[in-house]
Write a protein that binds this ligand. Sequence first.
Ligand SMILES: Cc1c2[nH]c(c1CCC(=O)O)Cc1[nH]c(c(CCC(=O)O)c1C)Cc1[nH]c(c(CCC(=O)O)c1C)Cc1[nH]c(c(C)c1CCC(=O)O)C2
Length: 342
Amino acid sequence: MYQNDLFLRAARGESVERPPVWLMRQAGRILPQYRALRASLSGFKELVSSPDLAAEVTIQPVDELGVDAAIIFSDILVIPEALGLDYTMVEKVGPRFPRTIRSQADVDALRPAEEAPAHLGYVFDALDATKRRLDNRVPLIGFAGAPWTIFAYMVEGGGSKTFSKARRMLYQDPQMSHRLLEKITTATAAYLKKKVRHGADLIQLFDSWAGVLPPNHYQEFSLRYIEQLCRELEGTPVTVFAKDARHAISGIGKLPCQVVQLDWIADVERARTLVPGKVLQGNMDPAQLYAPTDQVAEATRAMLDRFGRHHIANLGHGVYPDTPLEGVKAFVNAVKDYRYAD
Ligand SMILES: Cc1c2[nH]c(c1CCC(=O)O)Cc1[nH]c(c(CCC(=O)O)c1C)Cc1[nH]c(c(CCC(=O)O)c1C)Cc1[nH]c(c(C)c1CCC(=O)O)C2
């Protein structure tokens, strides 16, 4: 079906000749083509909501870097927006929500979860345009935020070091917290199923703020909703990324998902033991790509040796926007030149 299906074969746990490679945030400011297009637009949201432009930047890293998978250009924050909570993307600051969730009345004022996909037509159109233009060269990854991470943005109103407003709500009103998480989960499940119908071959769930929750709260307010999403997506491979959640790894190992993304702090040997039978994705330190290119290549080979088989090469988090393109290419090419020993 695909000219290059290495990524999907590896994600299904098949034995492949070398690990596939792609980078989180590969469609973005590391590419001069992206920066040029972005400069001609009013902002990030115009790019996200214009299907042809989103398709164009989705494919740029496939052409420029030769990665083994494309990831649809979008953002995890389209879900709160579809639920009726608008955000703005402030240059050099990040996302800001002018209105946040503070009470049950705020939760009730959101749109019904079932209606969310009807407000996300531009994402499905972007998937359609991307599939046409990719012309079966490589598979396409769809994604969403994990419910806890979306909850954190909706309550906090933006990024935060501590997410103390969001965490306070878990202690002060666990019932209401669950109602909001249920709503986010229902909307996300409907959205992701529709992404699959529009050609997403694998779904990655980003729990970027997993690391601020203690183990009991991670189980109660995050993992169970991720598990629900994995179950609803049965038949489609799912990758789970719980960033900075060292304690969560054994719980994630029990999820009905196929791939587990590791951050760059993670201990690969420990993860192998605690996540038996799953494919691991990751986990080069994004800062490693600032090094001279021969060192990048050497560090990449060392990482591939450490993981062994059943691995998808990636960074431990999104590529930093000011990473030199030579460093990114040295990483991708070192993986593509690698062969498993046996
Ligand atoms: C937390 C989170 C967000 N968005 C996302 C996450 C989870 C991953 C992670 O932990 O980083 C996910 C995301 N955001 C974006 C993608 C596109 C696909 C890809 O990986 O290439 C993906 C997968 C585009 C984007 N999303 C954003 C950009 C930069 C906007 C620009 O070009 O001006 C891109 C390319 C903006 C964004 N979006 C978000 C933040 C905090 C920011 C600001 C930080 C920044 O500027 O890099 C929310």
